[in-house]
Design a protein around this ligand. Structure first.
Ligand code: NAD
Length: 709
C-alpha cells in the first residue's frame, strides 16, 4: 500500500522507475528581478544556504526513485535552476524554450547546448514566438494530448508549431490568473492518465476542455490552499508525487490513486514563483505511436479582419489589440498602412486566431462591433440555422446591436431591416430579393432561418455614431451638467424646432417626477406647441398628472405650496378609481372629469401615448397595459421613425426604449443622477446625450425657450 512520507523522508527505500529528470543546482539562485507576482517584494530576500538545503532534499527524494542528471549552474543566471522551462521534450526531440522576458532569454543557449551535447535533436522557436517549454506544455500521461498553457508566457501561436513539429494533438488552455503564470503551476498530469489541477486559474472554455479530455474519476480539482502552496507544481516519479506540501485531503486523493506522497519544503524557490516541478524537467517523455500523427495542428482557427479610418486617433486600434489577447485569441498583422497626414485614414488587416470556431466567433463579434470588416466570398456567407422551437433561437444566433447591419447572402450584402438591439436576424430567401429582418427571440417561428455565428456579418459602427475624427457631433460632450444646462437647452430647442417644422417626430419617454417637480404645465405647453409626437411612460406619470388636474396635488402634495394636504395620501387611488369608472383617460377628458394638465392636452392634441405597466403600479389606470409583451410592441410601434427621443426622469422606460432604438436616433436623457448617462451609453451609442439636472427646471427652461421662438 502507498504511504505518505510525512515526516519528510520515506523510511523504506523506494524502487527506481525508469524516469529521467534534469535539474540544476541552485548555486547562483536568488530573486534578482520581478517577472511574476510571486517575485514582487522578494528581490534579494531568498537565503541561498537554505535554498541549497531544500534543493538537495528534493534532489534526494527524486533520485531515490528515478534518475537525475544535472546542468551546470551559471553565475548571473539565477533562474537556470528552474529546468522545467528549458524545453519541451518528446522522445529524442527537444523544443528549446524562447522566453518572454529578456532576463530569462539568457538561459536559452545553455539549455540548447546541454540538449545537443546529450544527443537530442533540438528545435528553436522563431523570434518573438514565446514558448516556455514544459512549464507551459504538459502531456496527459500515456495518452496525450499535449496541453499548452498560454496567456502569460507562452503565446497561442506556439500551439500550431509545436503540434506540427512533434506530430501531436495540442489543446491550448488559457491561463487567466497571473499567480499561475505557467501551466505547471496549476495543472499536473500524473501517471495513469490522472490529473490534479486548479480550475480557477483557467478561463471557462479551458476548464471545459480539460474536463472533456480527462474523465471525472481521473482528475481532482485542488483547493485554493493547495494551489497557493504550489501543490500542482509536483513531480511525478512514476511511483511518488513529490511536492512542497499537500493538505490531508489532497494527500488522501493521491494515496487513493496509489501514489507515495513526498512533501519537501521549497519555500525559498516559491519566493521566485517556482516549486518542485519547476525545478525538474522530465527527459524521457514518450507517447504511444498511435498518438503521434502527421501533425494534427491544434484546433486553431482564424479569419481575416480589416479596420480602416482614424483608428489610431479614436483609440480603436489599441482597443482591438488589447481585446484579442484579453479574449484568449491572438493575431498576426498582415498589412498596416498608417495615415501619414492628419486626414489620411489608417488601414490594417489582421489574421485573428482562436482555439475553436465558437471562440473565434466570440472575438469576431466584438471586433465587428468596433468597426472591423471581414472579407467575404461564397464560403464566408452568413451562416443560417433553422428555428426548431418557436420562440427559441439557435444556440449560436447572432444577437444584434443598435447599429445598421448587413448580412452577406447569395453573393450580396443585405441590409437588416427594423434594426434594434438584442434581436435575432431572420433571413427570408423565399422572397425575391431575399430579406433580413431583426426579430425578437420570442417572435421567432419554427422553420425560420436565423443568422448564426459571426461570418458574413457587417456592422456600420462608425457611420452613424460620429466617431470619425472631425465629423460634426451635435451637443459635443455626452454629459452636460450644471452651468452647461442653459446652453445645451438652447441647442436642443433649436434642433427640436427644426424637427417639428419639417414634420419630424419627437418621442418622449417620461417618468412621474416630471409631475412631482412641477414640470407638468411646461410639458403640456410643449404638447400644445407640437413638440410631442408620442408619449411613452408608465402608470405613475398619468396617475400623478390626473391627480394634479383633479386635486392640485401629486402624491398628496400641493404642488403650488409644496406642502402635504390632509387626506392627500388617498388622492391618487381616488383618481385611479374615478378614471376606471370612465373607462379610459380619453373618456375621462371627454366627460369633463379631467379639465387640465398634461394628459388633458395630450388627449385634446390627439398625441398617441402608451403606458407600460409594472409591478409597482397601483390600480392600474384602464389605459395601462399590464401585458408587457403588448406594451413593448406598442412602444416599438410609436418609436418607428423617431428623429429624437427625449427621456426625462425615467430610468426603467428609458433603458427599455434605448434597447429598441437603432443607432442614429438622437437621445436626450434628462436625469438628476449622472449614472443614468452611463447606463444609456452602455448600449454603445454615442447618440445619447445626458443632461444632468432637475427635470422640472429643464422643462421650464425648454418650454420658455420654445414659447419665445
Ligand atoms: P425610475 O426609477 O424608472 O426613474 C426615475 C428616474 O428619475 C431616476 O433615474 C431618478 O434619478 C430620476 N429623478 C429623480 N428625481 C429627479 C429630478 N428631480 N429631476 C430629474 N430626474 C430625477 O422610476 P419611475 O419612472 O418613477 O417608476 C418606475 C415604474 O414604477 C414605472 O413603471 C412607474 O409607472 C411605476 N410607478 C408606479 C406608481 C403608481 O402606480 N402609483 C408610482 C411610482 C412608480
Amino acid at each position: 500500500m502507498a504511504t505518505a512520507t510525512k515526516p519528510r523522508k520515506s523510511t523504506k527505500p523506494a524502487a527506481k522507475t525508469g524516469h529521467r529528470f534534469l535539474m540544476c543546482p541552485p548555486d547562483f539562485f536568488s530573486v534578482e528581478y520581478v517577472i511574476n507576482p510571486w517575485m514582487e517584494g522578494n528581490v534579494a530576500r531568498s537565503a541561498n544556504a537554505s535554498a541549497r538545503k531544500q534543493w538537495k532534499a528534493l534532489h534526494e527524494a527524486i533520485a531515490a526513485r528515478a534518475n537525475v542528471e544535472t546542468i551546470t549552474p551559471q553565475r548571473g543566471i539565477p533562474d537556470l535552476v528552474f529546468t522545467a522551462n528549458a524545453a519541451l521534450v518528446l522522445g529524442n526531440t527537444a523544443i528549446i524554450s524562447h522566453f518572454r522576458h529578456a532576463e530569462r532569454q539568457r538561459e536559452e543557449p545553455f539549455f540548447k547546448e546541454w540538449f545537443e551535447k546529450h544527443g537530442f535533436e533540438t528545435i528553436e522557436m522563431p523570434r518573438g514566438m514565446f514558448f516556455e517549454g514544459a512549464g507551459d506544455a504538459l502531456f496527459v500521461r500515456e495518452n496525450g494530448p499535449l496541453f499548452l498553457g498560454y496567456g502569460w508566457r507562452t503565446v497561442l501561436d506556439a500551439a500550431g508549431l509545436v503540434a506540427e513539429r512533434l506530430g501531436v494533438e495540442v489543446v491550448p488552455l488559457r491561463l487567466v490568473d497571473e499567480r499561475f503564470y505557467h501551466l505547471d503551476t496549476c495543472f499536473c498530469p500524473l501517471t495513469g492518465g490522472r490529473l490534479i489541477y486548479f480550475p480557477a486559474a483557467f478561463d471557462e472554455r479551458s476548464v471545459r476542455l480539460i474536463e472533456s479530455h480527462v474523465p471525472a474519476a481521473r482528475r481532482h480539482a485542488v483547493s485554493e490552499k493547495d494551489a497557493l502552496a504550489f501543490a500542482c507544481n509536483a513531480v511525478d516519479t512514476g511511483s511518488a508525487v513529490v511536492l512542497n506540501s499537500a493538505t490531508p485531503e489532497l494527500e488522501k486523493v493521491l494515496r487513493g490513486w496509489g501514489f507515495d506522497v513526498v512533501q519537501t519544503p521549497l519555500d525559498q524557490f516559491m519566493l521566485a514563483g517556482g516549486s518542485a516541478k519547476c525545478l525538474t524537467l522530465r527527459l524521457n517523455e514518450e507517447l504511444p505511436a498511435a498518438k503521434r500523427s502527421s501533425g494534427s495542428v491544434a484546433p486553431i482557427t482564424s479569419r481575416i479582419v480589416e479596420f480602416s479610418g482614424h483608428i489610431i486617433d479614436d483609440g480603436t486600434l489599441p482597443r482591438v489589440m488589447d481585446l484579442i489577447p484579453a479574449s484568449g485569441g491572438t493575431f498576426h498583422v498582415l498589412h498596416f498602412n498608417p495615415g501619414l497626414r492628419k486626414d489620411d485614414p489608417t488601414q490594417i488587416a489582421m489574421e485573428v486566431k482562436a482555439t475553436s470556431a465558437a471562440h473565434l466567433d466570440s472575438i469576431l463579434l466584438q471586433l465587428l462591433a468596433l468597426g472591423g470588416q471581414q472579407r467575404v466570398d461564397e464560403e464566408t456567407a452568413a451562416r443560417l440555422e433553422s428555428v426548431t422551437k418557436a420562440g427559441v433561437a439557435p444556440e449560436t444566433f447572432y444577437s444584434t446591436t443598435i447599429y445598421p447591419t448587413d448580412v452577406f447572402f447569395g453573393g450580396k450584402w443585405l441590409r437588416v431591416k427594423r434594426q434594434r438591439m438584442d434581436a435575432a436576424v431572420v433571413l427570408d430567401a423565399k422572397v425575391n430579393p431575399p430579406t433580413a429582418t431583426c426579430r425578437l427571440i420570442r417572435d421567432l417561428k419554427r422553420g425560420e432561418k436565423v443568422v448564426t455565428g459571426s461570418e458574413g456579418i457587417r456592422i456600420h459602427v462608425k457611420k452613424d455614431n460620429h466617431e470619425d475624427a472631425g465629423e460634426f457631433k451635435f451637443m459635443g460632450s455626452p454629459v452636460s451638467s450644471e452651468r452647461h444646462v442653459e446652453a445645451v437647452v438652447d441647442l436642443l430647442a433649436w434642433d427640436m424646432k427644426r424637427i417639428r417644422d419639417r414634420g419630424g417626430r419627437i418621442v418622449w419617454v417620461a417618468g412621474p417626477v416630471v409631475i412631482h417637480t412641477g414640470g407638468g404645465p411646461h410639458f403640456a405647453r410643449l404638447v400644445r406647441s407640437g413638440y410631442v409626437s408620442a408619449l411613452l411612460g408608465g402608470n405613475a406619470i398619468a396617475v400623478h398628472d390626473l391627480e394634479y388636474a383633479i386635486y392640485g396635488t401629486s402624491l398628496g402634495v400641493d404642488l403650488r405650496r409644496a406642502v402635504p394636504v390632509g387626506g392627500g395620501h388617498r388622492h391618487h387611488i381616488n383618481v385611479i378609481n374615478m378614471v376606471r369608472g370612465c373607462g379610459s383617460i380619453g373618456k375621462a377628458v371627454e366627460s369633463g372629469l379631467i379639465k387640465s394638465g398634461l394628459f388633458h392636452d395630450i388627449v385634446k392634441a390627439k398625441v398617441p401615448f402608451s403606458l407600460a405597466g409594472s409591478i409597482r403600479d397601483d390600480g392600474p389606470l384602464p389605459d395601462t397595459e399590464m401585458d408587457l409583451l403588448k406594451a413593448q410592441a406598442e412602444y416599438s410601434r410609436l418609436l418607428v421613425g423617431a428623429d429624437m427621443i427625449i427621456m426625462p426622469s425615467s430610468m426603467l422606460h428609458s433603458i427599455g426604449v434605448g434597447n429598441m432604438t437603432p443607432a442614429g436616433v438622437r437621445m436626450i436623457c434628462v436625469d438628476i443622477n449622472p449614472a443614468m448617462a452611463a447606463k444609456l451609453a452602455d448600449r454603445g451609442s454615442t447618440d445619447a446625450t445626458s443632461i444632468v439636472t432637475d427635470v422640472g427646471l429643464f422643462l421650464n427652461i425648454l418650454a420658455r425657450k420654445l414659447a419665445e421662438e
